[in-house]
Design a protein around this ligand. Structure first.
Ligand code: HEC
Ligand code: HEC
Ligand code: HEC
Ligand code: HEC
Ligand code: HEC
Ligand code: HEC
Length: 333
């Protein structure tokens, strides 16, 4: 065959292959799925199941999440708004995505925008969260952070002081603990003390030493003890030097300031002060949150990303902070 004919055939063949490849690449996979005429598809589309299943569908398998979500104020936001349509989940191996970028998700509804109705809670993201992921502090299934402030109506003189005698062997005569492993209680928020003692008593929180102690306390005794300890001076002699680097801890502590204050003195009465707390206790507690041994929806998100070194540095920083001015001005209730 003459050379120029071969070239011509090759050119035509090449153009054909290119055309077919382009057709394959640019044609939407759904094209022609329902035949040539749109009307043909009506019956087929009508026979499809709904893409959205509603929250009730999740109950049989994710009961814990559903319970948390229904009790909180995101219950107006359905599961599938954040996780996508559950149509084939979990059958047919359809994985429902966990939103990777919470900032992108949460700002859809919560970023302050001029004209957005006030009824929808809003934040100025840069001031509020900095570069952090929203889920570092907020549990997406129960996002409200205010904390439940337990009522404290204890009797300091009659009850608190008397009961505290049985606690002094471990927590110290003035509620400043004699070693680095056990926590100081002096000057702690009363509402937090009530909540945490009730948690030890109910078994929601456990510790080999504290659980048996708390189980013997009545609700009234817990109130008395909380009122008594909250009123004591938190000033403590300096403990043994902490293992971590306080300067490095200070940088990390920016992530905690929203809830625990700049230096570990919180403004929220339901939450604990951590300034001046024992360093080993702080480190052990953070590790317990990280491992899920101590449960709190807020601290779980925070502690998850911390390395052992981060924890040592944070503990060193907070242990070295002044536990605050006189307890009178520190009181948050
Ligand atoms: C019949 C049981 C069942 C139902 C109903 C169900 N799920 Fe799941 N879901 C699973 C199982 C099993 C997994 C873990 C396997 C997987 O990742 O696919 C899972 C995983 C997930 C994950 C990803 C978790 C991870 O760690 O990767 C999300 C998110 C999720 N489900 C949300 C939902 C939502 C929202 C609903 C309701 C609209 C729902 N599921 C209904 C069984 C179910
Ligand atoms: C406001 C958005 C939002 C809503 C509403 C929501 N989720 Fe989630 N969900 C998330 C985010 C964000 C994560 C990832 C959390 C993280 O990284 O800490 C997640 C994680 C999960 C996970 C896997 C990880 C885990 O913590 O177990 C499951 C399962 C899940 N959600 C189920 C549900 C179910 C069921 C509902 C409804 C009852 C629901 N979600 C409603 C945003 C949401
Ligand atoms: C689809 C819109 C939507 C998305 C997405 C959404 N939220 Fe919400 N969120 C709401 C609405 C609506 C409320 C108010 C519910 C009510 O009436 O109490 C709310 C309430 C809250 C509150 C409680 C405010 C208060 O003090 O009462 C916080 C905190 C919050 N959301 C954080 C988040 C975070 C963090 C995310 C991302 C994981 C997120 N939201 C995603 C709509 C949304
Ligand atoms: C460092 C922890 C932290 C991070 C990260 C964080 N928040 Fe918050 N957020 C808080 C605290 C603490 C409050 C309670 C504020 C108060 O009571 O003064 C709050 C309150 C809110 C409220 C309620 C505001 C109101 O007016 O009632 C919304 C909405 C909210 N956050 C959304 C977000 C969104 C969206 C993100 C991610 C862009 C985010 N938050 C990241 C700590 C955090
Ligand atoms: C045998 C030693 C021991 C005795 C006695 C004891 N405690 Fe404790 N207590 C501990 C230890 C250890 C912890 C830390 C537990 C942990 O890491 O979870 C603790 C923790 C606490 C906490 C939580 C502090 C915080 O900051 O979260 C409170 C409150 C408390 N004790 C109150 C009491 C009271 C009130 C009594 C007396 C009725 C008492 N304890 C008796 C050892 C003891
Ligand atoms: C979104 C709010 C929030 C943020 C952010 C936060 N915490 Fe907490 N933290 C809490 C709450 C609430 C508790 C009480 C938990 C409980 O009741 O078990 C707590 C408890 C603790 C405790 C135990 C105190 C005690 O007396 O037992 C330590 C230690 C602690 N946080 C350290 C940190 C550190 C370090 C960071 C930053 C890396 C941090 N927290 C960030 C809310 C927060």
């Amino acid at each position: 065959m003459p050379k120029h004919i071969v070239r011509l055939l090759m050119l035509i063949g090449g153009a054909l292959a290119l055309g077919l490849a382009a057709k394959w690449y640019f044609t939407d996979p759904s094209f022609y799925r329902y035949g040539f005429y749109r009307a043909d598809s009506v019956a087929e589309i009508a026979a499809q199941g709904p893409a959205f299943k509603t929250a009730r569908y999740c109950e049989s398998c994710h009961a814990e999440r559903l319970a948390q979500w229904s009790a909180a104020n995101h219950k107006t936001v359905t599961c599938e708004t954040c996780h996508g349509a559950a149509q084939d989940h979990p059958q047919k191996k359809a994985k429902l995505p966990i939103p990777a970028d919470a900032v992108k998700l949460c700002t859809l509804c919560h970023e302050a925008i001029a004209g957005r109705p006030r009824a929808q809670p809003q934040v100025v993201v840069a001031q509020h969260a900095g570069a952090q992921q929203c889920v570092a502090c907020h549990n997406p299934h129960a996002p409200k952070l205010a904390g439940v402030v337990a009522k404290v109506s204890g009797d300091v003189a009659a009850g608190g002081k008397k009961h505290a005698a049985s606690c002094a062997s471990c927590h110290g005569a003035n509620a400043i603990s004699p070693n680095d492993t056990w926590p100081n209680l002096a000057g702690q928020n009363a509402a937090y003390l009530v909540r945490i003692l009730a948690a030890y008593k109910s078994g929601a929180q456990t510790d080999v030493m504290m659980s048996p102690m708390a189980k013997t306390l009545s609700d009234a005794e817990i109130q008395d003890l909380a009122a008594y300890y909250a009123g004591l001076s938190c000033k403590a002699p300096p403990g043994a030097p902490a293992a971590g680097d306080a300067a490095a801890g200070k940088l990390l502590a920016k992530n905690c300031a929203g809830c625990h204050g700049e230096t570990g003195v919180t403004r929220n009465a339901a939450w604990p002060h951590i300034a001046g707390q024992k360093s080993v206790y702080l480190a052990n507690t953070l590790k317990a949150f990280r491992a899920g041994l101590r449960k709190d929806p807020m601290m779980a998100g925070v502690a998850r990303g911390l390395s052992d070194a981060d924890i040592a540095n944070l503990a060193a920083f907070y242990a070295a902070q002044s536990c605050g001015p006189a307890t009178e001005t520190r009181k948050t209730q």
